[in-house]
Design a protein around this ligand. Structure first.
Ligand code: ZN
Length: 190
């Protein structure tokens, strides 16, 4: 999903949760898990992609136009979600339950909306182990050639996200690149 889409859905969820519980800790955790989780793209961008153009617009286009080559994305992982659920149950910390709730909102939205751009979908992509087995190579999950260049201003790109060059290709069930094992992100999944 686009960063703007996550911002809107997370803000709505935070409003509902705060209105229903009055818990600032739960709400702050939800904000982190639902929106700030995408900070791991910045981590990948600087550490693994070795990009030095830190303008927000350059960073945004790098991802949304599918230029990314490495998809480590430690925070976008089912394994981490499972671990955090265990820890939240053990410690019963509201802020951590909030983070878990935010992640449980964020990941399905990424799967559905980013997965529409990739033949075969992206359910498997959000497993850290699956990405690790692929050497964290974005090309193993999606074909960036399918994505359109984004020439609109920052905020339109922020809210709209990636686009296919040929929207009709959404119906194409044949992966443009060999999928990993039986399953097939890249625009690199966000
Ligand atoms: Zn994401």
């Amino acid at each position: 999903m686009s960063p703007g889409g996550h911002l809107v859905t997370t803000a709505a969820a935070c409003g509902l949760v705060y209105a229903g519980t009055g818990s600032a800790a739960l709400t702050a955790g939800l904000l982190a898990g639902g929106f700030l989780i995408d900070i791991d793209h910045v981590f990948d961008y600087i550490i693994f992609e070795r990009q030095r153009d830190l303008r927000p617009s350059a960073f945004l286009r790098y991802y949304l136009e599918g230029k990314v080559r490495r998809v480590v994305l430690p925070l976008h992982s089912y394994e981490l979600l499972a671990l955090l659920i265990v820890l939240a149950r053990a410690g019963n910390w509201d802020w951590l339950w909030g983070y878990v709730l935010g992640m449980a909102l964020h990941l399905p939205l990424d799967i559905v909306f980013n997965g529409r751009l990739v033949p075969g979908g992206l359910v498997h992509f959000y497993s850290f182990a699956v990405r690790a087995r692929a050497g964290f190579r974005a090309e193993r999950f999606a074909d960036p050639r399918r994505l359109a260049p984004l020439t609109e201003n920052f905020w339109i790109v922020f809210f709209r996200g990636s686009r296919l060059k040929n929207p009709g290709a959404k119906a194409d069930r044949q992966p443009a690149v060999a999928p990993l094992s039986t399953a097939s992100h890249g625009s690199a999944p966000r």
